[in-house]
Ligand binder design. Structure first.
Ligand code: HEC
Length: 176
């Protein structure tokens, strides 16, 4: 997903450069500096790339699914969904680099390999998983509060959000 995104972004920027180049009827190197063009392109790219809030919806949905996959014993799907959350945030490296770096540390500590949640999934320990899951929810909300969004409070979903077989039997090691 990350690779696809980078490829799409590169194609997009190349097209923009091409269009910008063609639309200049009387090129004047003195007044149309590269800085101007770079600014223009950055501006358009920043507007075109999904914003933090849009991507958070993906994080939230996959995080909801993690719970129901673990509950159903579809351990590989739970690991897949926990990993997916990070993919949603990738575009924000460009639009919100500072916030993205906060996200990246959060992901490492809360969802990625080696986190308490991931360890619980690896040992198929639903009780340890539930504790870790609730801790992650608090940490999601700490970031919201720290960013001025204390009114965005994540709660555990009452049901999964995607139509998948959450109780298909799988092993943690089936995830790749
Ligand atoms: C790095 C800080 C940070 C972390 C960590 C974080 N969020 Fe967010 N989240 C935000 C910000 C900032 C917004 C508001 C973005 C905006 O509107 O510009 C937001 C908005 C949201 C929204 C509302 C927007 C929408 O699209 O529905 C949801 C839901 C959400 N986050 C869920 C979560 C969940 C679930 C987690 C944890 C798994 C989480 N967030 C972790 C920063 C964070």
């Amino acid at each position: 997903m990350k690779k696809m995104f980078v490829r799409a972004a590169v194609t997009f920027v190349s097209l923009l450069l091409l269009t910008a180049g063609c639309s200049q009827t009387a090129p004047n190197p003195a007044s149309t500096g590269t800085a101007d063009l770079t600014n223009k392109v950055n501006n358009i790219v920043a507007k075109a790339i999904p914003r933090f809030s849009t991507q958070m919806k993906g994080v939230s949905d996959s995080f909801d699914n993690v719970y129901y996959a673990a509950k159903g014993g579809n351990w590989a799907l739970a690991k897949y969904m926990a990993d997916l959350a990070n993919n949603f945030m990738s575009p924000t490296q460009i639009t919100k680099p500072q916030l993205y770096s906060l996200w990246a540390s959060f992901d490492k500590a809360n969802l990625a390999a080696g986190s308490p949640l991931d360890k619980a999934l690896n040992s198929k320990d639903f009780s340890a998983f539930k504790t870790a899951y609730n801790d992650v929810i608090s940490n999601c909300n700490s970031c919201h509060a720290s960013q001025g969004f204390k009114y965005i409070q994540k709660v555990k979903a009452g049901a999964p959000v995607t139509n998948l077989n959450f109780s298909a039997s799988s092993e943690p090691g089936d995830f790749h």
